[in-house]
Design a protein around this ligand. Structure first.
Ligand SMILES: Cc1cc2nc3c(=O)[nH]c(=O)nc-3n(C[C@H](O)[C@H](O)[C@H](O)COP(=O)(O)OP(=O)(O)OC[C@H]3O[C@@H](n4cnc5c(N)ncnc54)[C@H](O)[C@@H]3O)c2cc1C
Length: 484
């Protein structure tokens, strides 16, 4: 099929029944028409349409090595610097569409799957079929241009102990049975962003390490979100109707859901790793999956930071505060973060090397630092928007007020701005509120803090992974230098 069109994604979403729970209701079909899901479904469909846009097709797709059709560029297994840059350019187009507010654009997990498939032999550790399963799955996802979500974390019941030591051994999703057809999974995982994806990857955490006791919980597989027994319990939606009032929440509420496996059968050809704690602990690093996911995340962070820079700079112009030093200092901070993220990304490309599986892999050091920094920096953007906007974010007539001919003249008279009309000013501050104040904006902050893993344990992983020895040795030598 090759790079698919938005309409094909929407049709699949409507026709392949899944089990979404929202506000006490079970929703199975016509999800693209549901009031709480239709907006984000349309946004994902738009991403797919971008691939077929005549002006973008060259930058969004490449020729499949198997079918000869054009397929999404995030599936490209990079061999040259040009390939790496093509991947980055493609990802930036998708990230710019939502100002970085959509976390689960399909390139995020396509990148992980691409890297894992390049390292398919890694998966043959315990079973000679698993590597082939993964390679075929990657090709299936690429050729059908499927959208993936993933769930990596066990339920948050008692974090002092691992999944095998919880009071209920079936709290965290685990293998209950193996039979001729596949493995049966029972229990739960949290969290999966975008339960409107076609498929779900159920993989080990990128950060948390299991022990031998966790054997029944150590697996990796990918199945359709429509698989029997799979239930998604969605959080309260933040989707809003009016683009004028909620320019972001009205398009990009991608949803997050806890995933329940009520005796879900995973066919053998979809199993990639099983009862292999060491494999689960090393998978992401050994395959470079984490590197390619992080590359995508930093591209998204750049798009998001550029978006925030645009919003804050326009706020400053709009209400005439550009000359104040603290305003300049705050916007300069955003510029510093933006240029730092761009530098991390470019440095990772400049020092890219072939990995052991034969794909050109960005240097993980700058990417790893960038992914540790951003969760600490993004919350400052919301603070800066609040500090610059002040009560401007509360002076927000709604779309309905704007349509009302009786009050509209007053709005036009009293919501003036330094350099624009009342309507433009109000639109801008609604956008500011959607980032810095609304439920949608609060979720963005929580997302950036945690979606890639607990920042405390990510920092611990960086500490343990980073080679500090050369620097320690330099100090040892320094301490024993003769005084000159
Ligand atoms: C909006 C959003 C979207 C997400 N989307 C996805 C998704 O699509 N797929 C997915 O797999 N995951 C997703 N996640 C989950 C994400 O992976 C986790 O939030 C992250 O790994 C942290 O785990 P946790 O939320 O269970 O927090 P916990 O691990 O429960 O941590 C809670 C607190 O306890 C502390 N803590 C717990 N254990 C330890 C420890 N051993 N050492 C030190 N401190 C500890 C943490 O530092 C933190 O302060 C998402 C999260 C959010 C918020």
């Amino acid at each position: 099929m090759g790079a698919r069109k938005g309409i094909q994604y929407l049709q699949d979403l409507d026709n392949k029944p899944r089990e979404l729970w929202l506000g006490g209701n079970k929703i199975t079909r016509d999800i693209s028409k549901h009031p709480q899901f239709r907006a984000v479904a349309k946004s994902i469909a738009h991403l797919y349409d971008m691939q077929n846009d005549s002006g973008l097709v060259e930058e969004m797709t490449y020729i499949s090595p198997t079918s000869g059709e054009r397929v999404g560029l995030s599936f490209l297994q990079p061999k040259t610097m040009e390939d790496l840059i093509k991947r980055r350019v493609m990802m930036k187009h998708w990230a710019d569409y939502s100002g970085g507010m959509l976390g689960r654009t399909p390139d995020y997990l396509n990148s992980d799957l691409m890297a894992m498939a390049s390292a398919w032999e890694f998966f043959n550790r315990k079973d000679q079929h698993f590597g082939d399963n993964l390679r075929k799955y990657y090709e299936y996802v690429r050729e059908n241009d499927l959208c993936l979500t993933h769930t990596l974390i066990h339920p948050q019941a008692n974090r002092a102990v691992g999944p095998s030591k919880q009071s209920d051994p079936f709290l965290a999703a685990r293998v209950v049975e193996k039979n001729d057809q596949g493995i049966m999974i029972r229990g739960a995982r949290m969290l999966a962003t975008l339960p409107l994806a076609d498929e779900i990857l159920v993989f080990p955490s990128t950060v948390i390490r299991g022990t031998q006791d966790d054997m029944p919980y150590a697996f990796a597989f990918g199945i359709p979100c429509s698989t029997k027994g799979l239930k998604f319990i969605c959080r309260e939606p933040f989707a809003e109707e009016s683009h004028f009032d909620h320019p972001l929440a009205s398009r990009f509420d991608e949803q997050d859901a806890v995933v329940i496996f009520a005796d879900v059968l995973v066919p053998w050809d979809r199993v990639f790793l099983l009862e292999d704690v060491e494999g689960a602990n090393t998978l992401q690093e050994a395959t470079s999956g984490i590197v390619f996911m992080t590359q995508q995340v930093i591209v998204k962070n750049i798009a998001k930071t550029e978006f925030v820079l645009g919003v804050t700079s326009l706020i400053a112009d709009t209400i005439g505060i550009t000359e104040f030093q603290h305003v300049q200092e705050k916007i300069a901070k955003i510029i510093i973060i933006l240029e730092s993220m761009k530098s991390f990304l470019r440095a990772s490309e400049a020092d890219a090397q072939m990995n052991q599986w034969g794909i050109l892999t960005p240097d993980f050091k700058p990417l790893n630092v960038a992914r540790n920094l951003y969760p600490r920096l993004f919350p400052q953007f919301r603070t800066i928007i609040q500090q610059l906007s002040a009560s401007g974010m509360m002076a927000l007539p709604s779309e309905e007020d704007m349509k009302n001919s009786e009050i509209r003249p007053s709005i036009d008279a009293y919501y003036q701005a330094k350099n624009t009309n009342s309507e433009e000013r109000i639109r801008l501050f609604h956008l500011a509120w959607d980032i810095a104040g609304s439920s949608f904006g609060s979720r963005q902050e929580l997302y950036e803090r945690f979606f890639f893993g607990d920042p405390v344990r990510m920092a611990g992983a960086l500490y343990n992974w980073y080679d500090k020895e050369p620097y320690k040795q330099r100090i040892r030598e320094f301490l024993h230098q003769e005084e000159e």
